[in-house]
Ligand binder design. Structure first.
Ligand code: ATR
Length: 280
């Protein structure tokens, strides 16, 4: 019988994950299918139990369930535990295990775009929510960890909390968005993890980058639009942009690898995402 995989969230109607994973299953001739399950919050617990009874082999988790899913799992990987969120669940020997591939997907994509690795870089993260936490903790625990982090957020207290909760010591400072704008000259990589600039608010920018040096890279986890105002501004300043497609594709590719043991064709996955985004 065909193995069942999927995505749980609410809503999930516009997700590109089913197209990306089903294509990978077909290419590899794996008898499996990936479905999107829109679960209403009032039915969350019973819906998860039903999926387990159907023998679901693995699933991705998206908004708003990345935290809620944790109490329904048999085991949680230490990185996902410290991030406090799960985006990938794998069934192993009848037990459901939670992982977080968002941060690793982002880190892998960034490293594919970065010259000379992470270790000498000063990183500025904009935002202090769930996405910022996954990215910050994953980059901070990387073997080639950056020299220093600045975390700036509209609410600075949340940036301070993010740093305080990191389960190990690293050079990191919480600052205001204004201070970050003034200290741009010290930064090598700017990472926007907020939704500022996402469709339909495409004219918005989370921060002013006029003082950023031209050696830097500006990264935005948003992929709709592919080129946010932040990224088009970076390009005008002669600074390299890095969009959110790579993170999305790689978090999926890393989940697929956990389910099947096979790392799928990244370019094919990326092409599916780009085709779907352009069709929109
Ligand atoms: P996610 O899980 O996608 O990271 P989240 O946990 O709700 O979502 O976090 C959203 C982040 O975007 C927060 O850092 C938030 O700033 P606050 O902590 O001050 O709320 C930031 N954010 C969202 N909308 C914003 C806006 N209009 N301007 C500035 N920051 C914004």
């Amino acid at each position: 019988m065909s193995k069942l995989y999927g995505l749980i969230g609410y809503p999930v109607g516009h997700s590109l994950s089913p197209a990306m994973h089903n294509d990978a299953f077909q290419r590899l001739k794996i008898d499996a299918r990936y479905e999107a399950f829109a679960i209403e919050p009032t039915h969350f617990g019973e819906s998860i139990e039903q999926l387990k009874q159907r023998g679901i082999e693995g699933f991705n988790v998206t908004i708003p369930y990345k935290v809620d899913i944790m109490e329904h799992l048999d085991e949680i990987d230490p990185l996902a535990q410290s991030i406090g969120a799960v985006n990938t669940v794998v069934k192993k020997n009848g037990r459901y295990i939670g992982y977080n591939t968002d941060g690793e997907g982002y880190a892998t994509s960034l490293l594919q775009h970065l010259d000379g690795g992470l270790s000498a870089k000063n990183i500025l993260i904009i935002g202090a929510g769930g996405a910022a936490k996954a990215i910050f903790y994953t980059l901070a625990s990387h073997s080639d960890a950056p020299a220093a982090f600045f975390i700036c957020n509209r609410t600075v207290a949340k940036a301070k909390e993010l740093i305080a909760q990191l389960p190990f010591q690293i050079k990191a400072k919480a600052i205001s968005i204004q201070e970050a704008e003034q200290r741009m000259g010290e930064i090598d990589v700017v990472i926007n993890t907020t939704s500022v600039g996402m469709y339909p608010h495409v004219e918005q920018m989370p921060i002013n980058i006029d003082l950023l040096g031209s050696h830097a890279i500006v990264s935005d986890i948003i992929y709709n639009p592919l080129e946010t105002k932040l990224l088009s501004t970076a390009k005008q300043l002669g600074i390299r942009p890095h969009n959110g497609v790579g993170m999305f594709v790689l978090q999926g590719a890393l989940a697929f690898e956990k389910w099947t043991g096979i790392f799928p064709n990244q370019e094919a996955m990326e092409q599916i995402v780009l085709n779907n985004l352009i069709e929109k």
